[in-house]
Ligand binder design. Sequence first.
Ligand code: DHE
Length: 647
Amino acid sequence: MVQRFAAGVMLTFSLALVACGGGDVQDEGSGEAAEVASAPATPGQAIFERSCFACHTIGGGDLVGPDLKDVHQRREHDWLVRWIQDPLGMAQTDPIGIELLAQYKVPMAPNFLTEEEIELVLEYITAVSDGTLTTAAVEDEGPVELSEERFAEAQEIYFNRCAGCHGTLRAGATGPNIQPEITTQRGTAVLKATLTHGLPGGMPAWGDAGILTDAQIDLMARYVQLPPPAPPARPMSVIRESWRLIVPANRRPSAPVTQRNWQNYFGLVLRDAGQVAIIDGDTKERVTIINTGFAVHILRASSSGRYFYVVGRDGKVSLIDLWPETPTLVAEVQGCADARSVDGSKYEGYEDRYLIEGCYWPTQYVVFDGLTLEPLHVQSVEGATFDTGEELSEVRVAAIVASHFDPIWVLGLKESGHVGIVDYSKPGFPLVSRIPAERFLHDGGWDHTGRYFLIAANMRDKMAVVDVQEQRLVTTFETGIRPHPGRGANWEDPEYGWVNATVHIGQGLLTVYGADPVGRPDVAWRVVRRVEFTGTGSLFLKTHPNSPWVWMDMPLNNDPEGARQACVYSKSEGAVERCWSIGPRGAAVHFEYNRAGDEVWVSLWDKQGEVVVYDDKTLTEKTRITGDWVVTPTGKFNVYNTAHDIY
Ligand code: DHE
């Protein structure tokens, strides 16, 4: 067997060996030093392995962060202590910290070590650097093998938890490439540490967060070192077979039967239950629960607001009619094997008529009849990248928005870096334009006029601005580390006029940019404010025309306490008003306003979750929606706001 230094780590650790399930310790040193190396882990070693191992080596070269060999000679001891205590703060204020951030692109994650632990880990790094603690190497475990059954289990976990960021073929997009050429170099121990503790920049701490067990982490660390399995095709014949029309359109009510204010309904995603709850926004009562797709992702309201469209990660689309006494599932179909987005036709004369589903896999979009979900057309979006011309076999459809001014849908084509325009007034629902923009396009929404589509290319740290009326790219500009706006937020800034904004996965930062090329061409599509707040890992921000605030979350924060925080930014002050914890467990994620724009709903994403409702004027809690049925609540979508693209 080849002797390997796991991920280039010039030493390996007894704890890692235990966790790895084996490998002989090779006695590379002699006498005393060798004895030290084969002794049980020192406390510093254990801390290093727990908190530093996924990103750093000591003498094995750079990983996500720099090689720490001789770091005690490069930096003052006090500086090292301060850095470990507050890496985020120092990356903003300290000259060396700023330089490191520029070089490594993602800030070091806070690791919450005590002063004593910091001293122990520094002692350990020094001892290894100086050779007083000798290095040991682990024997390579040889080729990774998994039984058919374990491979299938890993395949499902990968689909559920990993494919969205790393891609079906693992070539990378929102997350890096993790194909076997790379993962086998990292080795099982480092992969396990990464999966357990996460990485700054958005890789979730699957183990620490209690989402994957140790056994599952071990399985996944091995699975990603094997070639990915061939993903399934989904031609029209297969899609048709999945179509189920439960209540034909002519057997549905011709006017609202319910006495409730259905335009203020909220559709709440119960992610892991594969369900959607419909909640009355006036009374906060649960009206009904509907079974939908697997790991259900988002809802959109149809143009009239009468229907909710739901899409699951398994590509299942569910059509819910909100007019009966109890909202009813009236049709379902599975257009993709893996999907994230869906939207209806919103142009005058086409209201509620068609529906598009964007697939993550296969590389296609599917158009359905908006009232029945009968599949009408499948179109591949395969193509070359906008910049290098490289032909790709994985081009995923990310965000989709429906224009209110033309019969078109606007699609973010993630890997190729194009914004696609689909004209649904034309026979065959063709992709009429591919506008070169930036890679890897992810999430976005309209500006306040509905003319410009603003989409994040999060791995390039940029936003792209597309003039949908003229079907051309206006510009791209940098905002910060991994912008993630959701649908974004539009408001009038007292100094800069109409603006739009994004938060970031890799930085606690709200970046505000001018968005009024007519009234304020001097600042249009230029960053006008960078507002820092504590913590990284933001996914969404939201506002409403009637609100004085912009709400921001950080559910991917490495610190579980940080992940429960929400912050509000004051539009009039141009500053963060306050940040606070939404609840005792889970992660605070995603905001939605009620129709009037005077209430904000926030999910506490947990197995036993809650939705917390705030008075938006006073920022005081009004109520909590709780119950056994509130399982992993994530996104929530108000009928009126979603139908009218109010954000
Ligand atoms: Fe989402 C929007 C993709 C993980 C909750 N998410 C989107 C959109 C895309 C996307 C492309 C834009 C849809 C549109 O506007 O048409 N999401 C992905 C991923 O690829 C990713 C990163 C990884 C994955 O495996 O899916 C991912 N998303 C998540 C989550 O982990 C979240 C927090 C909970 C969940 O579903 O697991 C989550 N995504 C959401 C929500 C929106 C969304 C709530 C809609 C935001 C809005 O306000 O419109």
